[in-house]
Ligand binder design. Structure first.
Ligand code: ZN
Length: 124
């Protein structure tokens, strides 16, 4: 398989039981260890509701996010099931400042729900 991030070819070890499985991997082990998933969690009170921010990477990486598409889809799916009453917003990158939070507060008021913001990179 070819890593979506570094474009190098890599092999997935298989054993006798997984010999005929057709699992797809989009990121090699070297890139996975260089750019690890490390969750961050932040809760910001808005005027009437709450903003929960879940960041997936602790640092800003020069990373092709398509390489983590399988993991990101599972994370978002899990969060959607867990936080059913929240309005989910997914962004690749989110810069936390007063204007953005004010916009999200307005969005929460229009949706009448608290907001769960999932972002890969959280910039402050
Ligand atoms: Zn790679």
């Amino acid at each position: 398989m070819i890593c979506y991030n570094c474009k190098k070819q890599f092999y997935v070890k298989r054993n006798f039981l997984s010999l005929f499985e057709t699992k797809k991997y989009y990121i090699c082990n070297a890139c996975r260890s260089t750019y690890p998933i490390q969750f961050g969690y932040e809760e910001i009170p808005l005027e009437n509701y709450t903003l929960f921010i879940v960041s997936i990477f602790k640092r800003t990486y020069k990373l092709n996010l398509d390489a983590y598409q399988k993991e990101l889809s599972k994370i978002v799916e899990f969060l959607m099931k867990r936080y059913k009453d929240y309005f989910l917003v997914y962004l690749d990158s989110f810069k936390e400042n007063d204007v953005q939070i004010e916009c999200l507060s307005f969005l929460a008021d229009t949706q009448k729900k608290s907001i769960l913001l999932v972002c890969c990179e959280l910039k402050k």
